[in-house]
Design a protein around this ligand. Structure first.
Ligand code: HEC
Ligand code: HEC
Length: 210
């Protein structure tokens, strides 16, 4: 007789696992239903945000590789209507009103684990100027380095969003709505209140390229 390549301990463990599983059938069914529901919700999100959260249209931000705590904060802000710029209202208020705490954390986990969209090259001079603003700030206007919160390579850090590889038109629009307080973000508002339009265009060109 050939010897089984699988040690008995593993077989017994597997049998015990199967047995204990029978007792939890109801819980398993509930978990499966929840997983299916989350999967369906993800499919809805990807209609706009792209497969895996890598969006092809600059109107829709990439979600792939975004910080999970930041995604959660934003979904709550859409749901309680504190993120209230016109596009947030038009596109995200209705979506977020359907989500509960469990689905919000499930979605944040899913999108944060997808590999981020790669950067795209652009106008080299503009990108170089933007990189300088991102890494050094604008001392003459008391604007601190963006990298101090958003990470050395704009990779994000918890509640500070990833900006690397994000669509430049989306980022530019956010800088405008944050500066004009259409989107309430007090910390960011304080940092960029004196950033000029030209400086914004440079910094978003850099961010899209990394
Ligand atoms: C009909 C299109 C559409 C659908 C569907 C949609 N979104 Fe959005 N989403 C948008 C737009 C547009 C914005 C940018 C809003 C703004 O400019 O303030 C956005 C913004 C976001 C943001 C903020 C991103 C950031 O960088 O701040 C998150 C998070 C988000 N959506 C998650 C989701 C999730 C999760 C779903 C599915 C439950 C979803 N969206 C479904 C269009 C959509
Ligand atoms: C003191 C920390 C801090 C600094 C410095 C900072 N930010 Fe932010 N930034 C934040 C926080 C916090 C948010 C999220 C705001 C929210 O929750 O709505 C944010 C959000 C943003 C967003 C919106 C991203 C999205 O996906 O919607 C952009 C764009 C941005 N920052 C660009 C910049 C730029 C450019 C600089 C440098 C000129 C900068 N930030 C400096 C803290 C900072």
């Amino acid at each position: 007789m050939k010897q089984s390549p699988i040690p008995y301990g593993v077989l017994i463990g597997a049998a015990l696992y199967a047995f204990s599983g029978a007792g939890h059938a109801a819980a398993d069914v509930a978990a499966d239903t929840q997983k299916e529901a989350l999967q369906k919700t993800i499919e809805t999100c990807t209609i706009c945000h792209g497969a895996g959260g890598r969006s092809v249209s600059p109107t829709f931000p990439n979600l792939a590789g975004q910080m999970a705590p930041y995604i959660e904060l934003q979904l709550h802000a859409f749901k309680d209507q504190t993120r209230a710029d016109p596009d947030a209202q038009a596109y995200m208020w209705g979506m977020a009103s359907q989500l509960n705490d469990g689905s919000i954390s499930g979605l944040a986990e899913y999108f944060s684990k997808q590999s981020a969209a790669p950067g795209r090259s652009g106008n080299a001079a503009l990108i170089a100027r933007g990189k300088q603003i991102f890494t050094e700030g604008v001392p003459a206007r008391q604007i601190v380095a963006c990298a101090s919160c958003h990470g050395a390579n704009a990779e994000g850090n918890g509640p500070f969003p990833r900006l690397a590889g994000q669509h430049a038109p989306y980022l530019l629009k956010q800088l405008f709505v944050i500066q004009s307080v259409l989107r309430t973000a007090p910390v960011m508002h304080g940092v960029i209140k004196d950033l000029t339009k030209e400086q914004m265009q440079a910094v978003v060109a850099y961010l899209e390229s990394v």
